[in-house]
Design a binder for this molecule. Sequence first.
Ligand SMILES: Cc1cc2nc3c(=O)[nH]c(=O)nc-3n(C[C@H](O)[C@H](O)[C@H](O)COP(=O)(O)OP(=O)(O)OC[C@H]3O[C@@H](n4cnc5c(N)ncnc54)[C@H](O)[C@@H]3O)c2cc1C
Length: 414
Amino acid sequence: MSEQVDTIIIGAGQGGLSTSYYLKQQGREHIILEQADQVAAAWRQRWDSFTLITPNWTVKLPGAEYKGDDPDGFMPRDEVIAYFEEYVEQFELPIRYGVQVTSVEPVEAGYLVRTDKGEFEAANVVVATGMYQQPKFPPMSANLSSEIRQLHSSEYHNPEALPAGAVLVVGSAQSGCQIAEELYQRGRKVYLSVSGAGRLPRRYRGKDITRWMAEMGFGDRTVDKLQPSFSKFAGSAHGTGKDGGHTINLHQFARDGVVLLGHIQSAQDNGIILEPNLKENLAKVDKFEAEIVKLIDEYIKKNGLDVPIETLPELRDGYEAEEIINLDLKSEGITSVIWATGYKFDFGMVKLPIFDEDGYPLQKRGVTEFPGLYFIGLPFLHTATSGLLSGVGGDAAHVASVMATSEKEQLILN
Ligand SMILES: Cc1cc2nc3c(=O)[nH]c(=O)nc-3n(C[C@H](O)[C@H](O)[C@H](O)COP(=O)(O)OP(=O)(O)OC[C@H]3O[C@@H](n4cnc5c(N)ncnc54)[C@H](O)[C@@H]3O)c2cc1C
């Protein structure tokens, strides 16, 4: 016998909680099913020294805008978790923990939601399971010697938790760069396989980069206006909020002794073959920053803003590094490999033909073609900030309002 409920939200991350906030305001009966035993499960997976990369003023889930005394600071992991815990308590959000949804199927009255704790029937289902669901390991990781400790960036805690020795970090988007920086600053020899993710200057011409981007309407760009070549799955540009926030510069890494490498082509036992594309990748990293700086300069000029002139440092150390093609992990003393290679998502539990060739849901601002079925929280669901703490609330408000409107229309039709 299945339990009947008007609306089911799957996942108690920022997407699920924001939607629940609006449904509560509507007085709509709903529950959030969360497979973990606590809220903020994704944030609990971050490493010990993790801080947000977006400043505190961007932390604004609906009804809970940041009110602390450090709006330009960067919350550490445990504060983010506490913020989520308070949010649930303050708004008395109806979460059922330890319930994993296994499938969502259409039935006459709406949807049948099967879980490991029984079945539910709901008129509406909001899928809020995020896009960073499972660690992504390239298949070649299986070829490495069993003597090497391999872990995904989501499993990294701190340098002390790794075996003694040098570390190879694979991937230079947000996680890889921050982890590599912590490791070398704490005395580890680090090898970093560099990808094309760009460099975000932390501050430029008197403002944090996030302020500039917000002011320039960068976060408001809707997905339909993006260049066709744009990938919503690209690694995020690197930067950090650690120690008050600073720019992460791979040339500085090289200057400080980090060995920069190109992409990994293949791996076998202790041997790694690298593509000779380190310089090409570094050029992409530098170009990204140059383009952002140019956009900000143009914006300042167009709007006649009275802000200081600034020239960012143009380090070149990475270009002078030797292009390594063969790396022997044993002879380099590398005992751990951290795969900072991103995450996989899988919405296979939704048994409906609503996914594109990448498995990303076909929807408009979270609303699918199937009445009562919604998605929330995914990067570029609607805008550049849809997957962020700053932008998810707007999409949640939209989904909740479409739900209410569709219901009214149904009542009128009947
Ligand atoms: C390294 C890193 C740094 C980041 N830094 C920032 C930052 O500085 N600022 C910012 O705004 N964003 C940041 N983000 C992005 C942000 O963490 C994510 O976008 C956010 O967690 C997504 O929220 P969500 O609610 O969509 O999904 P999630 O937070 O992933 O929540 C989904 C929930 O669904 C649950 N779930 C999944 N499957 C099921 C199932 N079948 N049944 C029941 N429950 C299920 C999960 O347990 C989870 O609790 C960062 C992301 C990463 C990876």
